[in-house]
Design a protein around this ligand. Structure first.
Ligand code: FES
Length: 74
């Protein structure tokens, strides 16, 4: 998937907000598309999502709470 294809598929409407949680994930609110690196995008499933920032989640790109167990600091 090219960058142009990802841009064209991005929904429009409400603004997107990305908030870094202290020592935790990035909370993403709003109409975004999560594109796959080499294939189809990742299904969001809900309006607000938490994206892993520590790199240790078993359900990447989403946070699964593992950062709390490892003492991740941002
Ligand atoms: S930020 Fe939560 S598991 Fe990585």
């Amino acid at each position: 998937m090219s960058e142009d294809e990802r841009t064209l598929r991005a929904p429009v409407g409400d603004p997107v907000e990305i908030v870094p949680c202290p020592d935790g994930p990035l909370l993403v609110r709003g109409p975004v598309v999560i594109a796959g690196a080499t294939g189809p995008g990742v299904e969001r499933g809900r309006r607000t999502i938490a994206l892993c920032r520590c790199g240790l989640s078993t359900v990447k790109p989403f946070c699964d709470g593992t950062h709390k167990l490892t003492g991740f600091r941002a």
